[in-house]
Design a protein around this ligand. Structure first.
Ligand SMILES: *[C@@H]1O[C@H](CO)[C@@H](O)[C@H](O)[C@H]1NC(C)=O
Length: 265
């Protein structure tokens, strides 16, 4: 009896699995070309969904695959999104800015709102897919219709890449990650205006001429392993996707500590 009921169960499970896979037989849409800083400013089509709390900033309102924290606070202020492969670009897309808008359903205002890429999503549902925070998704709605729009769940949108503009007084910020030591430095770079995304990070010890290149670690984190201990203060240089360079002199002080945030002056 036991064996016959378990084989019935197995059969039922395999039928269910077949049904589920054909229900999921929605064709996988291949990702579109990478959205780099040089693609222009053409509006393109995308799908949008949302996650986390209805008025929140994403997963536990606290970052995601880019490694940012406090994404519910200024300057991201919860206007955050996961990008699919050509938008997240293995972490390269972290910090890039997009305008998004929708016209259907009726709850859509049609007005563009600006979102920051802070996380990754890989569902193959569209060439371009923005999985938005509940707050960002609702922001595409007419006033008072935010919840109606969120109820739609998945909405066709248009998007374009734009320059990032942070509120006046926002400084490029370097978070020296936990576990950093004189022989291992990991820095998370955030709030870079303009292109927003960073493609190279170098550091220089005070009084030296030589820049030392960091490697991409994950998300917005860059790392350096060095046999020769690094001595602060360190100047950090970052290069954006479009080739703009910025330098923050002596931003990491001599007595730097891991798990600490340093702002450019
Ligand atoms: C798209 O971006 C990813 C991540 O940076 C990169 O590995 C890949 O080569 C890029 N693809 C193209 C076609 O440039």
């Amino acid at each position: 009896m036991a064996s016959s009921s378990s084989s019935t169960l197995l059969l039922a499970a395999s039928i269910l699995a077949t049904l589920a896979s054909s229900a999921h037989g929605i064709p996988k849409v291949p990702p579109g070309p990478n959205i780099t800083a040089t693609y222009g400013d053409k509006w393109l089509d995308a799908k949008s969904t949302w996650y986390g709390k209805p008025t929140g900033a994403g997963p536990k309102d606290n970052g995601g695959a880019c490694g940012y924290k406090d994404v519910d606070k200024e300057p991201f202020s919860g206007m955050t999104s996961c990008g699919n492969t050509p938008i997240f670009r293995d972490g390269r897309g972290c910090g890039s800015c997009f305008e998004i808008k929708c016209t259907k359903p009726d709850a859509c205002s049609g007005d563009p709102v600006l979102v920051h890429i802070t996380d990754d999503n890989e569902e193959p549902i569209a060439a371009y897919h923005f999985d938005l925070s509940g707050h960002a998704f609702g922001s595409m709605a007419k006033k008072g219709k935010e919840q109606d729009l969120r109820s739609a769940g998945e909405v066709e949108i248009q998007f374009r890449r734009v320059k990032c503009k942070y509120p006046e007084g926002t400084k490029v910020t370097f978070h020296v990650e936990k576990g950093s030591s004189p022989n291992y430095l990991a820095i998370l770079v955030k709030y870079v205006g303009g292109d927003g995304d960073v493609v190279a990070v170098d550091v220089k010890e005070k009084g030296k001429d030589e820049w030392v290149a960091l490697k991409e670690s994950w998300g917005a984190v860059w790392r350096l392993d060095t046999a020769k201990p690094l001595k602060g203060p360190l100047t950090v240089r970052y290069t954006t996707d479009g080739g703009t360079k910025g330098e923050s002199e002596d931003v990491i002080p001599e007595d730097w500590k891991p798990d600490t945030m340093y702002e450019s002056k």
